[in-house]
Design a protein around this ligand. Structure first.
Ligand code: ADP
Length: 745
């Protein structure tokens, strides 16, 4: 099946693929040479075409003429090689028709080459056609297969002979039939090759993508006798393409999900590929970046670093470095870059790939940490407390200024040894105890251990120690010990305690004195009253004297009251004065009090009334209750100008009993309502009504009521509108101890 169409692609391919040198000669000139022929001559094909055949001959070798060479036998000839040397080959010269004219084919082979069986070009072609991986077929003009090479069977799975005589459309995938048939009818472009990308259906029904090239097949006269085609199964190619596409997509996916910006640079450091993060990092779009030099976004400050780094990549070195870059808006940031060179199989530098991570925030944190540690050191140094850091063995590692100042031991003497503690605590038992306590309280907040140190100058100071376990910078365990000098504080505390004791003693003495004085005063007063009463019995006493005696008697009575109150105050202050609570029915007690105050009412027109619920019992000391009532009722009479009403009312309040003493007297302003219960306080109105008041009575009342477990207060609508003094006492209940003693305090 030798092709007769000169220069057809297939023809050239076949001729080129021949392992023999083929040179076509026409009119003494070379019109065609195949690749093997050109290789034997050391030139390229184009150089040779057009040369006279003699140009190939080596020196003195004239055998390239027809007479010199045989059609059937290989003869050795010398040919001129491009290198200037001569090359020995074996040659045959065969008459041939080329381009419809007489021509010769010069076949060349190197002498070392294995002899080929048959020696026919046709045989070689046939071998070639059979061995080719491509499918080679010939169709007649109606489109039926007249030749199929074994490549057809390999690609489709069919036997070739089954398809000889069948129409090509039968093997096409249905959707291609119409278009391909149309192009088949139209014929290949004049002198050219029609190309198709189609799919055929294999024996097992699989669609096989095929690249098809078809050209016309002509006889010696140039008449078209059929078509010859070469088809290539492109499944493998498609598969590889698909894999490549997938790998590319996967790579993109990986790159895009990376938290770091990834950049690929070519050999000229131009950006050729980058992931999404890189766009985010710099704020530029893909189009804005591709083709740009990597240095274009470098901050001027980092340009030297980056250029040096790029040179290192060219030298095949990888590195991690930090540099400052600029975002699209001009904002700068720091990135940590890890870059590796891409080196080809040939060992040449092809570019680099780098990962970028924004470390601006980290750098800022680092700076802050550094600043902080510097600050901490200064803080430790200047802190107003003793700070020392020790290792487990008590060896001092840090000893601040305050530690120096308090202890008197300078840092140089102390750091590196534990000896300072022996001097601060000369007693080893003390030392061990302190150490133990310090270690125990480590970690417990606000606990401290106190110890008395001996300073370098021999003074004794009280130090309050706090300690914490800590990890030293080299990873070992250690202790942080903080000490406050509390010597002055302790001294002050001691002084205060001493003062308190003195004051307490003085108080006791004062009350004792008061109590004694009151007692002393009472006796002569009783005597005076006795004599006054005796004198008053004298019937012969002139009226004027009787009136004087009456006045004396009244003043003595007042004096006696005062003294009694004074005694109460004194007694209340003395710890030994006890109240003994018991069941007290309130009615008779009130009656007794009212009877006692009757003389005060005698000359006036004031009236005192008591309400009916006086059966109730309280749990209190009867003497205290009596004193309280006596005070309140006396006050009510004193501060109520006649004629006025004074009412004593008793209320059952559940757990307590409330007793009110209400009058229609001078009243008390809201501002004074609390003050009247403090010792010696008297309202201005009271002073006008009663010059002789002492301001002690209500203070005593308050003390007695509170010690009895009750409360006392006053309400008054205002000055001149009367007052109501009220107090409560615990109500007596079944089961209460019959007598409970208040031990005061
Ligand atoms: P004294 O009556 O000796 O002044 P008290 O301690 O008994 O002392 O009373 C203190 C003050 O309370 C009186 O000076 C007076 O100003 C005021 N006070 C007491 N009871 C009454 C009352 N019933 N009405 C108006 N003011 C009173």
């Amino acid at each position: 099946m030798p092709p007769t169409q000169p220069c057809s692609d297939l023809y050239r391919q076949l001729v080129d693929a021949s392992p023999m040198g083929i040179v076509v000669i026409q009119d003494g000139r070379i019109v065609l040479v195949n690749r093997t022929g050109a290789t034997l001559l050391g030139r390229n094909q184009k150089e040779i075409v057009g040369l006279p055949v003699q140009a190939l001959a080596g020196s003195n070798d004239r055998r390239l003429s027809r007479a010199g060479l045989s059609e059937l036998r290989w003869k050795r000839v010398k040919l001129a090689h491009a290198s200037g040397e001569e090359v020995v080959v074996e040659a045959r010269l065969i008459p041939f028709t080329y381009d419809q004219r007489a021509a010769q084919v010069l076949l060349l082979r190197s002498p070392a080459e294995e002899r080929m069986e048959g020696g026919e070009i046709a045989v070689q072609y046939k071998t070639l056609v059979e061995k080719l991986a491509d499918v080679i077929f010939v169709l007649d003009l109606s489109g039926r297969f007249v030749f199929l090479n074994p490549g057809f069977a390999r690609a489709t799975g069919y036997a070739c002979q089954d398809w000889i005589g069948r129409h090509f459309t039968e093997i096409l995938a249905p959707e291609y039939v119409l278009s391909v048939q149309e192009r088949f009818r139209a014929g290949p472009p004049p002198g050219g090759v029609a190309q198709y990308e189609i799919e055929v259906i294999g024996k097992d029904g699989e669609r096989i993508p095929v690249e098809l090239r078809v050209t016309a097949l002509r006889d010696a006269s140039g008449r078209e006798i059929g078509r010859i085609g070469v088809a290539r199964d492109v499944r493998e190619r498609r598969r590889v393409e698909e894999e490549l596409r997938r790998a590319n997509a996967e790579l993109n996916m990986i790159l895009n999900t990376m938290g770091e910006g990834v950049l690929v640079l070519d050999a000229q450091h131009r950006m050729v590929r980058m992931n999404r993060k890189a766009h985010e990092l710099f704020g530029y779009s893909h189009a804005e970046l591709v083709g740009k030099k990597y240095t274009f976004w470098c901050h001027p400050e980092s340009l030297p670093v980056v250029e040096k780094q790029l040179a290192a990549r060219v030298a095949g070195k990888s590195a991690t470095y930090e540099a400052r870059f600029l975002r699209k808006g001009g904002e700068s940031f720091y990135a940590q870059v890890t870059a590796v060179p891409i080196i080809g199989r040939d060992g040449k530098f092809q570019g680099s790939i780098g990962c970028l991570r924004d470390v601006t925030h980290e750098r800022e944190l680092l700076r802050q940490v550094e600043e902080l540690s510097e600050f901490n050191q200064r803080l430790i140094e200047l802190a107003g407390v003793w700070i020392d850091v020790e290792d487990q063995a008590g060896r001092v590692l840090v000893w601040n200024e305050e530690a120096e100042r308090i202890s008197g031991y300078p840092r140089a003497e102390v750091v590196g040894s534990a000896a300072v503690w022996e001097r601060l605590y000369p007693n080893s038992a003390d030392r061990a105890k302190l150490r133990k306590e310090q270690r125990q309280q480590a970690g417990r907040k606000s606990q401290c251990t106190e110890g008395t140190i001996r300073t370098r100058s021999g003074n004794e100071l009280v130090i309050c120690w706090h300690s914490r376990a800590l990890r030293l910078s080299d990873g070992r365990a250690g202790w942080l010990v903080i000490g406050h000098d509390i010597t002055h504080q302790r001294l002050r505390e001691r002084r205060l305690r001493e003062y308190a004791a003195v004051i307490e003693r003085m108080n006791q003495e004062r009350t004792q004195l008061l109590s004694m004085a009151a007692h002393e005063l009472r006796t002569p007063l009783t005597v005076i009253r006795g004599f006054v009463e005796l004198m008053a019995r004298d019937v012969d006493l002139p009226l004027r004297h009787r009136e004087w005696l009456e006045k004396i008697n009244r003043q003595v009575a007042r004096l006696s009251d005062l003294v009694t109150n004074l005694l109460h105050v004194a007694r209340a202050d003395i710890t030994s004065d006890r109240l003994t609570s018991k069941r007290v029915i309130i009615g008779p007690l009130i009656t007794g009090v009212l009877r006692a105050v009757e003389p005060l009412l005698a000359d006036g027109k004031n009236r005192v009334s008591v309400d009916s619920c006086a059966e109730i019992a309280v749990y209190a000391d009867p003497k205290a209750v009596e004193a309280v009532l006596l005070n309140l009722v006396t006050n009510a009479i004193t501060y109520t100008p006649p004629p006025g009403k004074i009412a004593v009312r008793v209320h059952d309040r559940g757990d307590t009993v409330q007793i009110d003493v209400a009058d229609e007297g001078i009243g008390i302003s809201p501002a004074d309502a609390d003050k009247v219960f403090t010792e010696f306080y008297r309202t201005p109105q009271a002073r006008m009504v009663n010059h002789a008041g002492s301001g002690i009575g209500l203070a005593v009342v308050k003390q007695l009521v509170e010690r009895s477990g009750g409360r006392v207060w006053v309400r008054s609508p205002g000055e001149g509108k009367g007052s109501t003094f009220s107090f409560t006492l615990p109500k007596y209940k079944q089961g209460m101890n019959d007598a409970r003693t208040d031990l005061r305090g």
